[in-house]
Each structure stands twice: as C-alpha cells, then as structure tokens.
Design a protein around this ligand. Structure first.
Ligand SMILES: Cc1cc2nc3c(=O)[nH]c(=O)nc-3n(C[C@H](O)[C@H](O)[C@H](O)COP(=O)(O)OP(=O)(O)OC[C@H]3O[C@@H](n4cnc5c(N)ncnc54)[C@H](O)[C@@H]3O)c2cc1C
Length: 514
C-alpha cells in the first residue's frame, strides 16, 4: 500500500433511548450540522440524533494516551466507565471526550464504546491483478506457460481495500460503491458483444484497464484533490496553539464571542443552501449562545481556534462512473430485488488453510520481535485444538538464512502438502551482513514460490529484494499479523465497550448528518 499521510481520531459510539426526558435530549440535527461544520475537531455521524458516533480528531500524543489507557483496560478485562467521573481518569484525553459530549449535549451515560482510529490515507498501487496458481503443485516439472498445470484468475480490489479516503470529508463509502459499479460495468462490457452476453475466455487484466484508470482518477480526486484540505490542514497546528494559550484565562470572553460569531456564520451559510433539510426548524441566536455557555471554559478557545470545515470547497461532483462507463444498464440486466441481508458472514477461504510460518529473526535479541512472535503463537489460530487432526498452524523460528534453508530442506514433505500455506517472515536490520536478497535466495532455492514478508522500516535498503515476485515489505504490525492469518477482520480497532450500556444491541450504521 502507498501512504499519503496518517491522522488520528477517537470514535465515541452513543445510543440514546428514544423517549428520554427533555434534559437528556441531544442537540437537534440542525444544530449538530452547524456545530460540526464550524470547527474540525469534533464531528457527529448519526443515523438519527439519538444514535451514532462522535468522532474527535486527535494529535499523536493524545492518541497514544488513549491507546495506552484502552490497552490497560483490555489487559485487565475491564470495561470503561465514563458515567462516573470519579472512576474514569481526569486525564487530558477524557477531558477532550467529555468536552465533545458536552458540545453535542450527549450524556456520558449513553456512551457505549470508545474506539481509537488511525486514519491511514493509503491506496494499493494496482487494483487489477492476473494471478497464476498451480493446479497440481506436486509435479516437479513446473512451467509457468503450461496451462495444464497453472490456472489463471483475475483479482480485483474495491472499496477500502483499493483506497482509504480520510473519513472527515466522508466519502469512503461512496467511493467503494462507485468502484463496485465501475467494476460491474467493466465486467459486463468485457462479456457482451452486440447487446448479448458473450464470454470470451480467458478474460485478461487488459480487459480491465478502464477499471484501473477509473480507480486512478478516483484516487487522484479523493486523496490529492479537494478532500485533501483536511489532511493538509491537520489539527496539530491549532491544538498546539490552544495548549499554549490555555493559561491565558482573561482572553476566554474574547474567544467566546469569536466562537458565537463562527457558529452564526455557519448557520447563515447552511441555511442559505437550497437543499438545507432543516428549513422548517430555524436555529436561534439563543441556541448558539447556549452552546458556548454549556461547554467548559477550556473548550471555548479550542473550538474557536479550530478551523471551520471546508465543506464548500469539498462539495465537487468528483469522479463519475458515467464518464468512463456510460452504459445504459437497463438494456442488459434486470434490477436485482434486494435480498434479506445475512449478517452472519462466513470466514474467507484463507482461514481454512493450514499455515506454516518460518520466521527468520537474526541473532540479536529484540524484545519487540520476541513479543510479536509470542503473540502470534498464543493467538487462537495457533493454539486452538484443530478439529481436523491434519490441521497445521505453526511457527518455526530460525536465526539465519542458512538455518532457514536447512529447515525447509528437512521439512519438504510438510511444505509440499497442497493445503498448507507456507510463508516466510524475515526481520531486517540494516547492520546485518547479509542482504535481504540472500535470505530470499536461500528460501526460494528450496521452495521457489513461497510468499515472503520482510518486516522492516528500512524500505530503501530492502528495495532490491522487492524485485522478487511475491515479496512484500511492511513496518506495520497489523499487516504482519494479517499475513500470519491471525487478523482476519477489519483494519479498524474494535475499541472498548463502556460498562453502562454494554448489554445494548448494536446501533444501526451511521450516515452523515449534513
Ligand atoms: C470513523 C469512520 C467514519 C466514516 N464516515 C464515513 C461517512 O460519513 N461517509 C462515507 O461515505 N464513508 C465513511 N467512512 C468510510 C467507510 O466506512 C468505508 O469507506 C467503507 O465502509 C468501506 O467499505 P468496504 O466494504 O470497502 O470495507 P469495510 O466496510 O471495511 O468492509 C470489509 C468487510 O470485510 C470483512 N473482512 C475483513 N477481512 C476479512 C476476512 N479475512 N474474511 C472475511 N471477512 C473479512 C470485515 O469484517 C468487513 O466487514 C468512515 C470510516 C470511518 C472509520
């Protein structure tokens, strides 16, 4: 994946029962919108104003503090308790969360989960790949051109797997849907001649260059275009400015006036929009002034300094599927009737595979690496007793590339079993005498197509090794764990549940409330 930048946030999930006393009612959606677009620190994503997520942009130190605290809870198997201020810590991060809840008038007792979010704006370099895999890998005379032994398949990336947009401008879901439509139209186009279905086999990646180019345009627009305003205007600048002004108590009144001014400007801007959905519910000056009275004195300068959200600049049409795939779909396919959604998803094929990992860790002792190996060894995939007695999930740790070669030679039979996914992870340090290429040569000389992941932050040093097919490099722990097949889930952190609402059913999915 190619990274455009990283930002940090915290998601605070809340669920307010429908019939609460008026004192417990959150802000009206019209006010939610005005407050959200007036600054870029707090954002509410809601299905209705009673259920949703309060998202808070954090600087790296704040995020690290949140992570540490949640990891502490996790290791002690404790739930978070925000409702009792004396139980939850008075640390900075909790002050920031409480200020956000006050801003949108959400009581702490309705918070159900806190999720740290790393916003990794990144994308895959290509989204269409022709894969070639063995039909009968036990045959010795391997020849890539022999179609009887090798089967080709096309793989496509769509949605977040193809590219992550920054969620503040909030178009990740739209992008994923556009990509899916574009891919479907490309498939249809490749399989139709003169208005009738005619599948010519095999379909090749060349048939999907238009899909590749559609994603390239989408990426340019979503990661480098106007939505990048959010990434090029990180919160760090004004949050650091806020921390330096925090002691200047006398200027608070001044900040308060400026905040009300900002809220009023946003109200005028939104109410002037022809499609403003809350026309029948005008927001009064008193309601805006009430916001600045309700939040704490420290929160006022923070919100005043936070830049408003450049929603106007971001409201471009973006990349349209129609521009590259101008199909009249009604000519070809009936519109599918929606089925009942099955929420019990089955796991991917990958998790049914048996897996052997060979880990080359070098002689030097590095605590981090030892911990990583141990955490994988202790993970459910590697420890639970397999139903099938042939199931293999194991890690073998060796110290050098030569040891790796020796291990592979003496375990040929195991590795050759068709269902086993054999992989090698090497940890690379710049001062090692051997290059990564030596390690790959050693492994590949006995097992020619085995996938190799190099875990390093010295990407430039590792470059020559990436010339080998099926060699990946990463410095991200979660990518390493995905590779080792212990993360089979979403890339987002599930966060920690809050004790008071831990038993409530999950809320519906959010949608943007503006
Ligand atoms: C905090 C936040 C707020 C956002 N707000 C907005 C917004 O307002 N508007 C908007 O348009 N977008 C928003 N987005 C972005 C949007 O949520 C994503 O772009 C969108 O959900 C991506 O859809 P997807 O299907 O590609 O991936 P996902 O929704 O991540 O779906 C991938 C699915 O695959 C499953 N999975 C992963 N690995 C495996 C495996 N090995 N086997 C089986 N299943 C697996 C996962 O569990 C998951 O269900 C937001 C994102 C975040 C994090």
């Amino acid at each position: 994946m190619i990274n455009e930048g990283v930002e940090y946030a915290c998601g605070v999930a809340y669920d307010i029962p429908d019939n609460v006393a008026s004192a417990d009612e959150p802000l009206h959606p019209a006010l939610n919108c005005i407050v959200t677009v007036s600054q870029a620190r707090y954002l509410v994503n809601t299905l209705s104003n009673h259920h949703g997520y309060l998202n808070i942009r954090l600087i790296q130190d704040e995020y690290a503090e949140l992570q540490d605290y949640l990891e502490g809870l996790q290791s002690r198997h404790e739930l978070l308790d925000l409702s009792d201020a004396s139980k939850s810590p008075g640390d900075l991060i909790w002050t920031i969360i409480r200020q956000g809840l006050d801003l949108f008038k959400i009581q702490t007792k309705y918070v159900r989960r806190i999720v740290p979010i790393e916003i990794n704006v990144r994308h895959a370099p290509v989204v269409v790949r022709e894969l070639c895999f063995e039909i009968n890998p036990t045959e010795q005379s391997a020849n890539y051109l022999d179609e009887r032994k090798y089967k080709k398949a096309l793989a496509f990336l769509v949605g977040d797997a193809a590219m992550n947009a920054h969620f503040w401008p909030g178009r990740g879901m739209n992008n994923g849907m556009k990509a899916a439509i574009a891919l479907a139209r490309n498939i249809l186009r490749s399989c139709t001649r003169n208005n009738s279905i005619e599948i010519h086999t095999p379909l090749r990646y060349l048939d999907f260059l238009d899909y590749e180019s559609f994603i390239a345009r989408l990426r340019a627009c979503e990661q480098q275009g106007r939505p990048l305003h959010v990434l090029t205007d990180p919160v760090d600048r004004y949050i650091n400015a806020f921390y330096s002004y925090i002691h200047l108590d006398h200027s608070c009144e001044n900040y308060k006036e400026k905040l009300i001014e900002k809220l009023k400007e946003s109200r005028t801007r939104l109410e002037d929009l022809s499609d403003w959905p809350h026309r029948s519910r005008p927001v009064t000056d008193d309601e805006l002034e009430d916001i600045s009275d309700r939040i704490s004195r420290q929160a006022v300068p923070q919100l005043t300094l936070a830049n408003p959200w450049p929603t106007r600049e971001m409201s471009d049409v973006g990349v349209r599927v129609e521009d590259i795939f101008p199909y009249d779909l009604t000519k070809f396919l009936p519109i599918p009737a929606p089925n009942v959604v099955n929420v019990n998803r089955s796991v991917t094929v990958a998790v049914h595979h048996r897996c052997v990992i060979l880990w080359i860790i070098g002689n030097e002792k590095i605590e981090l690496i030892d911990n990583l190996v141990q955490s994988i060894q202790k993970s459910a995939s590697f420890t639970k007793t397999p139903k099938n007695k042939d199931t293999v999930y194991e890690i073998n740790v060796v110290k050098t590339a030569e040891d790796a070669k020796e291990w592979i030679e003496s375990n040929q039979e195991l590795i050759r079993k068709t269902e086993i996914r054999f992989k090698v992870i090497t940890v690379w340090r710049i001062k090692d005498d051997q290059s990564a290429v030596d390690a790959i040569r050693a492994v590949r000389s006995v097992s020619p197509r085995v996938p190799v992941l190099i875990f390093t932050n010295k990407h430039e040093v590792i470059q020559p090794a990436l010339e080998f097919p099926n060699v990946l490099v990463t410095d991200a722990e979660y990518e390493l764990k995905e590779y080792a097949e212990i993360y089979q889930d979403t890339q987002w952190n599930p966060g920690r549940e809050v004790s008071s609402l831990a038993t409530l059913a999950s809320p519906g999915k959010y949608h943007r409330n503006i």
